[in-house]
Design a protein around this ligand. Structure first.
Ligand SMILES: [Zn+2]
Length: 338
């Protein structure tokens, strides 16, 4: 049977041996813009660092999914471009052309080590898309796909869609276009039970429906469950039209949703077991899944260490000790995908 990709988002200090023992075979590695002044010009320090990180993952026996450079980021504040000025204003045609050339270079330069690509991230969201409208964001996906295929015709490419409502637009736009042939998978990330209502069972319906809409295999680019964090009260919930909003979470230090008995390490473990069951049942529609994430983090994007928003998603804690979720992950992978 074809390999089912078991992947992980992990920091560079992650314990590779512990990851291998958990059954992790793939890691997700972001890439910054590689050229400081022009295509083929001086390499940026940050690119060389990312390349070095890939070399380390490969030496440890992992395979790598690359994320093409994020045009910009607006988490915790105003959106800022990450592209060097020579690439042109986002979303100008000049920038699109430079982005495509950048992707062609990355796929070729990393051809021996990166065989799977995620184009940008969550372009439905203002946090990542900034001034890119949804139609322009979809165009950027095709430009990037063309560039990646130019650089390495055998690599697999797709993008990662999350926000349910806007994602339906992207599904229609991307998979209703003749250029869809360039996309090898339809990527999705969702956090049912934390950022959204639902739970493992919600994955089941989504996989069924998105496969039907797109006629494409799906890749779960991110999935997971926060192991700590309270729930918004009714009063706090009324402060936003969307209680799953990151900013509401960071303001009250609570989530809008929970699954089962709430956000605890034990429930996280149960969530992992149940979701792997669903992925196993839907295996024929999936390329694989990348868990979010390996380790807890010191600080949320809001800068606070006592905010659950981004801090307790790991299956190992801050000192690298496995939580119940680690063992659940290991057992489920061995049982269903061993
Ligand atoms: Zn926060």
């Amino acid at each position: 049977m074809e390999e089912f990709l078991i992947g992980m988002s992990a920091g560079p200090q992650a314990d590779a041996e512990l990851m291998r023992q958990a059954g992790v075979r793939w890691v997700r590695q972001g890439f910054p813009f590689p050229f400081a002044d022009r295509v083929g010009g001086q390499m940026t320090e940050t690119y060389l660092k990312a390349k070095e990180a890939v070399r380390r993952w490969r030496a440890e026996g992992f395979r790598v999914m690359g994320i093409s450079p994020l045009p910009g980021f607006g988490g915790g504040g105003a959106w800022r471009s990450r592209a060097p000025a020579w690439m042109g204003e986002i979303p100008s045609d000049e920038f699109f052309e430079a982005y495509r050339a950048t992707c062609a270079f990355l796929a070729s330069d990393l051809a021996d080590d990166v065989s799977l690509w995620q184009i940008c991230n969550e372009l439905y969201s203002r946090v990542f898309a900034g001034p890119l409208s949804l139609p322009r964001a979809c165009e950027l996906v095709f430009e990037a796909a063309a560039g990646l295929k130019e650089g390495n015709p055998s690599c697999l490419v797709g993008t990662n869609m999350g926000g349910i409502n806007q994602a339906y637009y992207m599904l229609g736009r991307l998979y209703g276009d003749a250029r869809r042939e360039m996309l090898d998978y339809c990527g999705v990330d969702q956090y049912f039970g934390t950022w959204r209502g639902g739970g493992p069972e919600t994955w089941d319906g989504l996989i069924e429906e998105w496969s039907e809409i797109t006629g494409s295999r799906l890749l779960i680019n991110e999935w997971g469950y926060a192991s700590e964090g309270g729930l918004l009260t009714e009063e706090e919930r009324r402060q936003s039209w969307n209680p799953g909003d990151f900013y509401v979470c960071c303001r009250f230090h609570k989530f809008g949703h929970a699954w089962g008995a709430g956000h605890t390490p034990e429930v996280q473990a149960e969530y992992i077991r149940e979701t792997f069951k669903v992925f196993h049942r839907r295996r024929d529609k999936l390329l694989g899944c990348f868990f979010y994430r390996w380790e807890d983090q010191e600080k949320c994007w809001c800068g606070r260490s006592d905010c659950p928003g981004e801090t307790r998603w790991g299956i190992v804690d801050l000192s690298g000790r496995p939580k119940p979720g680690y063992y659940a992950f290991q057992e489920a992978v061995a049982q269903y995908f061993g």
